[in-house]
Design a protein. Sequence first.
Length: 604
Amino acid sequence: MLTEFTTPGPALTVDDDATIYSLLTTRLETSAENAPLAQNKEADGSWSTMTAVEFNDHVRAIAKGLIQFGIGKGDAVSIFSATRIEWGLLDFALAAIGAVSVPIYDTDSAAQAQRILNDSAVKLAIADNQERFDRLDSVLDACPALERILMLDAHAVNALEGLGVMVSDEELDERIGSVHADDLATIVYTSGSTGTPKGAELTHRNFMSITRAAQNCVPEVITGEARLLLFLPLAHCFARMIQYFTIGSAEGVVGYLPNTKTLPRDMQTFQPTFLLGVPRVFEKVYNAASRKAGTGWKGRMFAKAAEAAINWSAMQQAGERPSAKPRAEHAMYETSVYRTIRSAFGPRIKYLASGGAPITLDLLHFFNGIGLTMIQGYGLTETAAPFTFTRVADNKIGTVGQPVPGASVRIAPSGELEVRGQNVFVGYHHLPEKTAEVFTADGWLRTGDLASIDDEGHITLTGRAKDIIITAGGKNVAPIPMEQEIAKCPIVEHAVVVGDNRPFVAAVVTLDPEGLAQWLPTQKLAADLSLEEAAVLPEVHAEIQRYVDRANADVSRAESVRKFIVLHVQFTQDNKCLTPSMKVVRSKVNEVFAREIDKEIYGR
């Protein structure tokens, strides 16, 4: 195994004048005049289309409106919206004039939005609908730098374009010309281990380098008319980079999908050639196919077909030539099962891309075995999205691929993966000490993840050196603040939030015998009940639920504790769940109580 690896070949250079907006202007130079660039899902289910020329015209008109509003170079503007075409237009318009975009996840609470708005001194905020507008409006008085809130559903884009008629093309072009690669492009807030949001400062060069590198690593994906159906939140760096990746190609089309309620039908009508999703999306497709097959002979056939696909993929990976029997089985299941599953993604699908959270090996082998290449990537907000990719021609399942050109990786003595390159962020906004903590003395970024590197540079993640939980939906969750809030309950001794690579966040709770003995009589219950007897009482669960609700009040639904279990035993040094200094060992809790977590919380 290697301790350091750099992708062979020259690094991809980014000119000092290259910006995110230049991806669009370059596209205009290579695209046919009427070639589509973007499509948006409308309320009636149809797809509206914009050509590259039309998209750029809107971007320039919005940029003029922002200038007239008083947005100067370096001023912060927030987008608080689900994925829709206006998000993309605003993103490019802000980049064009050198403003700093500050995305807010559409699920963030008013309190979370307030912290972000104030930390980055946001001057203008744009929400998509009335509900999110009201969330911002409720904290307006507590955000002194925030001058105004606009709403997309109330024609904010039209208003900005109308305002911009007073700005000349010459003034706009002068502003565009003043923006350079090393200017700040965005501040993206990501939770730290303490739960305090940290704003990662990313430049145009960061995004340009990773976008061009991705195009270099997987050119097959954007060959010809590539069609990306984009439904992940654009507040997430991965989705944003894939948007740039597609728009920056010669003929790529981005389909903006505001929600996934009708995703199966939308995949049929939009007809993507590649799809970006978190593992949960692909799990749902697999589970839907399994449920549709049922429990009878069709169900048994699906189970055998799935096993055959996994085995087929494993043989491919091992370089083995399948014998006559598996070849015959694969051909049979191709007609009866595999073709149908592939068609669930639309008739033109070629590639899937998974990121945001780990995906199981069996699922990767399954999709590979039915003829769909699953591209894996790995990265952080601090690296402007994935800095490793599995290549189409070198898709080593179980790894997250090799670093992109220009990025180098190494393994620290502790086993932690470290990276450096043009994609690595500037630092955390207003947090020089936190910035210093994530960089080594010689300038490498500590990822917080444990990994190994094989002789060809393939990276395998082996664990996480930090406590951040990543759900199956790709949401990063800081557990400590919620655990601390739940532990304030007088009858709780410890609370451990779980949910890593799970469909939702939950908690494992232990009871405090002394606090319980004092509290039980207040509920007209016997003070000498055992922990086992108390753990099942509805009164106990109701009391803990009050504190769970408090913990949930300041976070988004995706981060909230949906369920909890009350153990009838405690964490001790004997069961390895406590250290000698009485600190909870999170990994051991997950290990020791795996059966209870799987069965009682997730129903497995």
